[in-house]
Design a protein around this ligand. Structure first.
Ligand code: NAP
Length: 299
């Protein structure tokens, strides 16, 4: 049985460091870190995420602002709100919760956020900085940044000589994750729905990262013995054994069988999931330090 990577514990230590940096910045400069979270529409899952982000921001000692807009909000109204948050010096991070209602152009909104306030790390300027190896001045997408902290907790800072395979090539996760692994000197392959013989590709990985959205797709015989396995998938499946109509969360990895082969593996829930919100807080306090002309903390 491999080591279970405890994302809750790593996330808690990130949050502790965020709290320390937040109060030090306020004490030394009078600047209170500000995070604005914007949600449009009634999607219940998005409301749950946004509420926990706003709550965590308060817990970190931030000035936490939430804008809850109706589903009928127009592109112009939302763009106007982002413009005013861009101009507001008390706000250091702006997060627009995705997905937006289908009539709104989400990409135009995300690209209108000032890169230095783009704490979700989705602006092309931030994606470009990561792609060109500038990890010092941009903001990195929260889930890959968090997953990378988990990899580092097992394999250290320098991944020289290790093969990494990332399954999934989304802009939100797969691409930035591959860039981070590459930056840490891993030899990186990106796999996706067109990859031939995915099991063989995956079996070459010392570090296997799955971000697909298919319940328990990665089986034991996809895993190289001794690998580090990072499961990013969050899939809700029926769990009739828990009672009628009940469900449970599983990852993209068949955890029970994979954990026999992996040296270390993230569970779902409790692995990568808690890291996302922690890294959002980390990005926000970093942005506040930069805005105040201070050296930001590193995570
Ligand atoms: P996405 O945009 O839907 O991307 C999925 C990727 O998986 C695509 O690149 C797709 O390939 C690939 N794929 C689909 N079917 C495949 C198959 N049969 N074999 C190999 N590759 C396949 O998803 P995402 O936003 O990256 O998210 C992926 C998963 O991570 C989801 O379960 C999501 O809920 C989870 N997630 C969790 C967190 C968190 O923990 N906080 C954050 C973000 C995402 P193509 O490009 O060829 O279509």
């Amino acid at each position: 049985m491999g080591k279970v990577i405890d994302g809750k514990q790593v996330a808690a230590s990130v949050i502790d460091a965020v709290k320390t940096a937040t109060s030090a910045l306020e004490k030394e400069t009078g600047v209170k870190t500000g995070l604005a979270v914007v949600i449009v529409g009634d999607d219940p899952a998005s409301h749950t995420y946004v509420n926990s982000k706003s709550k965590m921001a308060k817990e970190c000692g931030f000035n936490s602002i939430q804008h809850t807009l109706p589903a009928e909000t127009t592109q112009g109204e939302l763009a106007g709100l982002v413009r005013s948050l861009n101009e507001d010096p008390s706000i250091h991070g702006i997060l627009v919760q995705l997905p937006l209602p289908k009539d709104l152009d989400a990409d135009a909104i995300i690209q209108s956020i000032r890169p230095e306030k783009d704490v979700d790390g989705l602006h092309v300027v931030n994606a470009g900085k990561l792609a060109t190896g500038d990890l010092a001045t941009g903001l990195i997408s929260c889930t890959p940044a968090g997953a990378m902290l988990l990899v580092r907790s097992i394999n250290g800072e320098d991944l020289s000589g290790l093969n990494a395979v990332v399954i999934g090539r989304s802009n939100l996760f797969g691409k930035p994750m591959a860039q981070l692994l590459l930056h840490a000197n891993a030899t990186v392959a990106m796999a996706h729905s067109r990859t031939k013989d995915l099991a063989t590709v995956a079996r070459g990985a010392d570090i296997l990262v799955a971000a697909v959205g298919r319940p328990e797709m990665v089986k034991a015989d996809w895993i190289k013995p001794g690998a580090t396995v990072i499961d990013v998938g969050i899939n809700r499946i029926a769990a009739p054994e828990r009672g009628e109509g009940k469900s449970r969360l599983v990852g993209d990895v068949a955890y029970a069988e994979a954990s026999d082969l992996a040296a270390a593996i993230t569970p779902v829930p409790g692995g990568v999931g808690p890291m996302t919100i922690a890294m959002l807080m980390a990005n926000t306090v970093v942005a506040a330090h930069r805005a105040a002309g201070r050296q930001p903390p590193t995570f």
